[in-house]
Ligand binder design. Structure first.
Ligand SMILES: [Zn+2]
Length: 157
């Protein structure tokens, strides 16, 4: 899906939810959704709030938090709990995915593991209907590994 289509689908999900539940279609909710989907990859509430402020949309911390909770419920946003803190991700375009998390610097990168699709299809879940999965591979990224090796070499001299 193109980024614009993703945005349209995401807005559609929000609109139908608001209409079904008799909620007001406040411009804040749409502005937050649009900003979240424009964030690229993982983001914090602070960075989202900064981005909204940039476009002169000042929403309170409570509004932002409650709106993000709604988006998580609607599966428009995924909340990740990394060691370095909570990160959010606009997730409509990508369904299931795998992340590499560096335990030294906290950097997160995505990785394609095609085999995981078949593995997860064969997994029997316990009284649970699975819809998506996220796999975290924890370890040390190559630049941290390089720095550690260099530091060790320097110590051994
Ligand atoms: Zn690292």
């Amino acid at each position: 899906m193109m980024q614009n289509d993703v945005m349209t689908v995401a807005k559609g999900v929000l609109t139908s939810y608001l209409e079904r539940n008799g909620c007001r279609k406040t411009p804040e909710r749409y502005a937050i959704l649009e900003a979240a989907y424009g964030m690229g990859s993982y983001f914090t509430l602070e960075s989202l709030s900064d981005k909204l402020a940039e476009s002169h949309f000042n929403v309170s911390r409570a509004t932002l938090y409650n709106t993000m909770r709604l988006f998580i419920e609607l599966r428009l946003i995924i909340r990740h709990r990394f060691q370095t803190g909570t990160r959010y991700e606009a997730c409509l375009a990508t369904s299931s995915h795998c992340h590499q998390v560096c335990t030294v610097c906290g950097s997160i990168s995505d990785i394609d593991i095609p085999e995981m699709v078949n593995v997860m299809r064969g997994v029997k879940l316990k009284r649970f209907r699975g819809e998506q999965y996220t796999l975290y591979v924890y370890g040390v990224c190559s630049s941290c590994a390089y720095r550690i090796r260099k530091a060790q070499a320097a110590r051994n001299q």
